[in-house]
Write a protein that binds this ligand. Structure first.
Ligand code: GRF
Length: 213
């Protein structure tokens, strides 16, 4: 199975994937920003990199065409968005529908969009997390593959929350890509995702925890 990873910045999810023991050949890491820190990380791990700079293109359509050309050179089975901060045109998304996935730092469909950790704190919700989903033309919507939930602690700030969510992002993204590579994900007609061969889990995360009695 061949995959490409798209990044815009730090690339810690990318790094977790590149270092994971999964049956995937990572053909290239593509960034829309030449200064993305993750490019250096990818190179240091022996993975090819490419830059498709959005600033060099007249509009979204032209950028997406250049990006698709770079992706298609590698004929990937899977396109992984990992902190890729560009809104993609519907045509681009449709071209890769069912084989393009994204990670979002919130429990979708709650808190789509940017600044999720600050918005979570402002809303006072007690449980937060992250979501890996198939990409559809609408941003941060799309069939959910896996989520991780964490409690929001009384003394959490944006940074502490982001750090604990990120730790889970790295776990669930690796798991989702492994499932994809193993052919265990099926998109159902109703828009949900079936995962073959997973254990049944019936524990609950209660936050704050109830008193022990
Ligand atoms: C992650 O929180 C991801 O969920 C969001 O952007 C951040 C990227 O971090 N889409 P990194 O570049 O993977 O370190």
């Amino acid at each position: 199975m061949k995959a490409v990873i798209l990044i815009s910045g730090r690339g810690s999810n990318m790094e977790a994937l590149l270092k994971a023991d999964i049956p995937v050949e990572f053909a290239v890491v593509i960034s829309n920003r030449p200064d993305a820190r993750g490019l250096e990380t990818a190179r240091s791990l022996g993975v090819a990199t490419a830059v498709v700079d959005h600033r060099g293109h007249a509009d979204r359509k032209a950028f997406d065409a250049a990006l698709a050309a770079e992706i298609d050179r590698h004929a990937p089975d899977l396109i992984i968005l990992a902190g890729f901060m560009r809104v993609l045109t519907a045509d681009f998304v449709r071209r890769y529908q069912g084989r393009m996935i994204n990670i979002h730092p919130a429990l979708l469909p709650a808190f789509p969009g940017l600044d999720t950790h600050a918005r979570v704190l402002a809303a006072g919700v007690r449980v937060h997390g992250c979501t890996v989903h198939f990409v559809t033309p609408e941003v941060d919507v799309g069939p959910i593959i896996i989520q991780a939930a964490i409690p929001v602690l009384a003394d959490d700030d944006e940074a502490s929350l982001a750090a604990r969510v990120l730790e889970q992002e790295h776990r669930v993204y690796v798991q989702a890509v492994r499932w994809f590579a193993e052919g265990r994900l099926t998109l159902r007609a109703d828009g949900s995702v079936a995962v073959a061969g997973v254990a049944r889990q019936v524990t609950a995360l209660i936050s704050p925890p109830p008193d022990a009695r």
